[in-house]
Design a protein around this ligand. Structure first.
Ligand SMILES: [Zn+2]
Length: 265
């Protein structure tokens, strides 16, 4: 439903060649005002009335303009998705965690999942994403997608990981501690989660220890660095940002006959 709504909007907008004009779209659909401010403790707020005749969006720009574009699209999703129930005072107040909720989320987070699905559907039209899914899964592909669509590296990486045919996963960490991890449907389970330390066996741990910034090549790593699953090979690429935020991309080779192609749509 959220993706269908985003798709229907794109059919009306027509073919785009670059970044989706999210402000113009929101303003055309009944949002009267969009404000970008530096906020603490929340990423976005939607103020509206019960019948959603109009709305106002306030979005955090602390994490950059690209993350703010995602926040606007997320709040627009709440505004347009009729079944979304307003909080006290006719508002949605959305946290950074809300803007990450994916399919595995608990039931009461369903609205956040749907707002995120709408936001991705709106900011990342299929026809512009597909060429990137045909590239090798590498951080440079995510970085190019980010530039093309003016979305955050985080959102671009999420799109690639969730939609790529290859079994890939991404882990975000800071100073060796995992913030969160996502994986494509065919990637084996990642044993480590939020708040845990990165394995000393990983290329990420070695890169963090070395210090500095930049992106490593995709290199083979012991699968045990990330998963207990019995897989023939695992490759790892690391990007360390200026702020110490680390993105790890994992690319698995699955055993023969593991039914990898079953995951394809
Ligand atoms: Zn929300």
């Amino acid at each position: 439903m959220p993706q269908r709504l985003a798709k229907a909007l794109h059919q009306q907008i027509g073919r785009l060649t670059g970044a989706v004009p999210v402000d113009e779209i929101a303003l055309a659909l009944g949002i009267a005002e969009i404000r970008r401010e530096v906020l603490d403790g929340c990423e976005g707020v939607l103020l509206t009335d019960r019948v959603r005749s109009h709305g106002r969006i306030l979005v955090n720009m602390r994490r950059g303009l690209q993350a703010a574009r995602f926040g606007i699209a997320h709040e627009l999703g709440h505004f347009l998705l009729e079944r979304h129930v307003l909080g006290l005072g006719g508002t949605f107040t959305c946290t950074q965690g809300d803007m990450r909720e994916t399919r595995t989320a608990r039931q009461h987070k369903r609205q956040e999942v749907e707002a995120n699905e709408f936001a991705i559907g709106l900011l990342v039209p299929d026809d512009l994403l597909v060429p990137f899914l045909k590239m090798q899964p590498e951080i440079s592909a995510a970085a190019d997608l980010r530039t093309k669509l003016d979305i955050s590296l985080e959102a671009a990486t999420r799109c690639l990981v969730e939609r790529h045919e290859e079994p890939v996963a991404a882990v975000w960490s800071k100073d060796g501690t995992i913030r969160y991890a996502i994986r494509g449907a065919s990637f084996p389970w990642i044993e480590r989660g939020r708040g845990q330390q990165i394995s000393a066996l990983s290329s990420t741990a070695a890169a963090v220890k070395r210090g500095g910034t930049g992106t490593s090549p995709m290199r083979e790593v012991a699968p045990a660095a990330w998963t207990l699953a019995d897989i023939p090979e695992l490759f790892e690429q690391v990007r360390i940002g200026k702020d110490g935020q680390t993105l790890t991309l994992l690319w698995a080779t699955l055993p023969d006959g593991s039914g990898q192609d079953v995951e394809e749509d």
